[in-house]
Design a protein around this ligand. Sequence first.
Ligand code: TGC
Ligand code: FAD
Length: 394
Amino acid sequence: MAVRMDLFESPDYYALDDLLSEEHLMVRAAVRDYVKKEISPIIEDYAQRAEFPQQIVKQLGDLGCFGPTVPTKYGGGGLDYISYGIMMQELERGDSGVRSTASVQGSLVMHPIFAYGSEEQKNKFLPKLATGEWLGCFGLTEPNHGSDPAGMLTNIKDAGDHVILNGAKMWISNAPFAQIAVVWAKNQEDKIVGLIVERGMEGFSTPTTHNKWSLRASATGELVFDNVKVPKENIFPNVIGLKGPLGCLSKARYGIAWGALGAAMDCYDTALRYSKERVQFGKPIAGFQLQQKKLAEMLTEITKAQLLVWRLGVLMNQGKATPSQISMAKRNSCEIATQIARDARQMLGGMGITGEYSIMRHMMNLESVITYEGTHDIHLLITGMDITGLNAFK
Ligand code: TGC
Ligand code: FAD
């Protein structure tokens, strides 16, 4: 197998590094170095084979990418939201599926246990999730309820010291390899509650989802619950209602806003380097106006998005970011990243469709990123409702 060279250099047209602290720059250097050494050389082959590189779970734990904002007392990193965003940017610069593994574990599994869990749940699960000893997944979406999770059918019934869980979740990242699943279900009062389902509980299975053309190096599966007995001590005591899972999504969507930007930066950097080397009609294609237009527009959009996510990170650190602000950033980063990936791919001509370069893989991955954690349309409607006060969902 040929060794793939990762020559990535991040664009910083407005000297945004000046806004970052020493700690932020150290976090970035560490994760970038990891991606160059451990992800770039292998990820294309795993994606081509549609195989999840299981070794990354322990590696990401060792690097501190699982639960970086969770307090150190529970094994988390105790870092701020800009550090978290930078980690997601660097991981997704390598591959969206790698970032997915980290954002599910940190924002969708560790965050709810930390924010809604009992002290016993925190002590039992968080340290093992932080190190990557255990992998978790998050079950909200169902076959008939994606954008509209309030209609979920998965349910629990009281049975003394435990509950009986029935139903099914689909499109669940990490599911086939997860030791635990954070699952959202309705109780007998029709209220949404969260509970931790552990692998090995009778009646719980996680069939793998096959035939994806996107996020091929990420494991996706279903969660099937057939009369699963879940002890009541596994139910989150401190949250009830849809705001439970949506609160987790706010954290994860914030990470995706930085992450998709990482994929965009990689596509831009690859297209810039290629266009300076590829000669047609006697000169590098970077010297033609049409190619310069693409590059100039890519860098303009990347720079605008960098400013948006940095400012959002400041608001997150201050506890002031609203869900609608997070939606705007998630939507914007996905929008510009998909467009940049398409333009960058064209700039590489025929080479752009091969696995020799990362662009086509990013382009296909971004079709999932623009869909999960709320589709592009849903985030637009969230902004629309916020600015008009009128609900256009229903
Ligand atoms: P609605 O009535 O608007 O809200 C219900 C309650 O939730 C509160 N809320 C939020 N709380 C925290 N953060 C947010 N982002 C929140 N958004 C809403 C809201 O205030 C209300 O609270 P309360 O106290 O009044 O009860 O709910 P709705 O049923 O009208 O739905 C609104 C809608 C459509 C925006 C929402 O359901 C939605 O976001 N749909 C999209 C579904 C989605 O994003 N699914 C993601 C599944 S997980 C996933 O994709 C993981 S991919 C992982 C990876 O691989 O990286
Ligand atoms: P639908 O909700 O059926 O939407 C179909 C179309 O209708 C979309 O274009 C949508 O924008 C549009 N639409 C829906 N409602 C409206 C409306 N009111 N107005 C206008 N247009 C509307 N889920 C999890 O719970 N956990 C996971 O870990 C997870 N990982 C995922 C990994 C992958 C690779 C993918 C692809 C998905 C994952 N998901 C996960 C599910 C994801 O969150 C859903 O796919 C997403 O929320 C959309 O739901 P849906 O696919 O059912 O589409």
